[in-house]
Design a protein around this ligand. Structure first.
Ligand code: NAD
Length: 447
């Protein structure tokens, strides 16, 4: 099938590439000329495992094209996807300006009956707004062309996006017209062979499903962070508690890791946007507000542990110290720094007068762009390099390569012999046996 996709970010680029990989003819459109030029030269703007060779292979096979020319792309597509960003507006609601700009562009250029698919995460009722924007443009040019707007939210995880896209848990199709559902089923048929993963529903339910999924996952994280904070106060070990509850199939093992708070481009903004939707509907979102409040304070928890440790000493506390920071991305296997917990930690360390020696396997370029040059930040070439002259180690992102350091070596390299483990990667007893002080999240003895 012929497909056009607006937005070549994490969602649009991965979706377009996977659709091309199963044989569809895909044109990806973006307003960012540099991004499009780069993609046409084989430069992939994001880090996502497995993506680069797929983009190159499908581009070389002429199944995947990149352009800034919206009219040509719309002329190409029987199905036109909207996969642009929906960042938070000032009041926390989703900012729909990019989605609606694409809708107007579609209205301006469609010339044949088209299925418009909204893949961006958008509040309930957005499909109606998209429909109205397209209709307005059609009316302005006196055109009468059939179109439908389908909601098809995306569930891929950054860091695993290609695998998620190629083998989705479910394909949500929110549509009222049987023809549109049939078009979407045909499009996704190559991903839907083993068993039927398509869940058909009405448009509004599809829009809400995406928020419900992300809010549920964020809730699990905030819940575990609250349990970890209780554990810390009462001398229990949340890792043992986690093992104890995960074995209950009603609870399960996924997403019950405490840590330095959730970040990324989705959970924070989607929890806020859903809360805003509830408020607009006259409902106080008590649970969602609590999920967000717990996360906000959890993002400051690592620094609180650091401060508490150093305030016990007789010298100037954190001021003048150097911290090796392992991991900057909001989670492993991505270079995405949006709402990353590391950003709060670094700001707090700098505010307290500390210097940071930072290393992340993939997010260095993005970090340099965000933080720029400053005297109290050294970008390091490796985890080992970050330890050079450091007083303490802080682990912020659970990249695999940070999981088994040589603790004896850390003991020798770190001047203050202390490890702050924001992701509970290490066994406290093992670290302490090497002569280091250890602080994890909710591990009983931090207070
Ligand atoms: P992104 O910021 O990485 O990419 C958005 C892209 O859209 C950018 O390249 C931007 O230049 C482009 N764009 C903006 N206006 C445009 C226009 N008028 N025409 C063409 N291109 C335009 O965003 P993303 O992370 O891919 O997220 C896109 C949507 O998908 C959001 O609603 C997000 O909530 C949702 N989502 C994201 C993820 C994720 O893990 N990132 C997962 C599921 C859903």
């Amino acid at each position: 099938m012929r497909v056009a996709i607006f937005g070549t970010g994490y969602v649009g680029l991965v979706t377009g590439t996977c659709l091309a990989d199963v044989g569809h003819q895909v044109v990806c459109v973006d307003i960012d000329q540099a991004k499009v030029d780069g993609l046409n030269r084989g430069i992939i703007p994001i880090y996502e495992p497995g993506l680069e060779p797929m983009v190159k292979a499908n581009h070389a096979a002429s199944r995947l094209a990149f352009t800034t020319d919206a009219a040509t792309a719309i002329g190409h597509g029987q199905v036109v996807f909207i996969a642009v960003g929906t960042p938070p507006d000032e009041d926390g609601s989703a900012d729909l300006q990019y989605v609606l700009a694409v809708a107007r562009t579609i209205g301006r250029y469609i010339s044949v009956p088209t299925v418009v698919v909204n893949k961006s995460t958008v509040p309930v009722g957005t499909a109606d707004k998209v429909r109205a924007a397209i209709a307005e443009e059609l009316a302005a040019r006196g055109a009468d062309i059939a179109f439908d707007v389908v909601s098809n939210p995306e569930f891929l995880k950054e860091g695993d996006a290609v695998a998620d896209c190629m083998r989705p848990d479910r394909i949500i199709i929110g549509a009222t017209s049987a023809e549109s559902v049939a078009v979407m089923r045909r499009l996704y048929a190559p991903f839907n062979r083993n068993h039927d993963r398509v869940v058909e529903m009405d448009v509004r339910s599809a829009e809400l499903t995406k928020y419900a999924a992300n809010a549920m996952l964020a809730t699990k994280i905030s819940f575990m962070n609250e349990i970890a904070n209780i554990a810390e106060r009462v001398g229990a070990d949340v890792e043992q508690v986690r093992q104890g509850i995960g074995s209950d199939p009603r609870i399960g093992w996924h997403f019950i890791y405490p840590g330095a708070g959730y970040g990324g481009s989705c959970f924070p903004k989607d929890v806020q946007a859903l809360a805003r939707t509830a408020q607009q509907a006259g409902l106080e979102p008590k649970l969602l507000n609590a999920v967000e409040a717990v996360n906000e304070s959890q993002k400051g928890h690592l620094f609180a542990l650091i401060q508490r440790h150093y305030d016990k000493g007789e010298d100037e506390g954190v001021r003048g110290r150097t911290f090796a920071v392992w991991g900057l991305a909001f989670k492993p296997n991505t270079d995405d720094m949006r709402e990353a917990s590391s950003r709060r930690l670094l700001a707090q360390l700098w505010e307290a007068g500390a210097t940071v020696r930072a290393y992340d396997p993939e997010a260095m370029h993005e970090s340099q762009r965000i933080f720029g040059e400053r005297d109290d930040l050294v970008f390091c070439d490796s985890a080992d390099d970050a330890l050079q002259g450091a007083d303490a180690l802080v682990v912020v992102t659970e990249w695999k390569q940070f999981r088994s350091p040589d603790f004896q070596m850390l003991r020798e390299r770190l001047k203050d012999a202390v490890v702050f483990d924001g992701r509970n990667l290490y066994e406290p007893a093992e670290v302490e046996a090497a002569g280091l002080a250890y602080y994890g999240i909710g591990r009983g003895r931090s207070l």
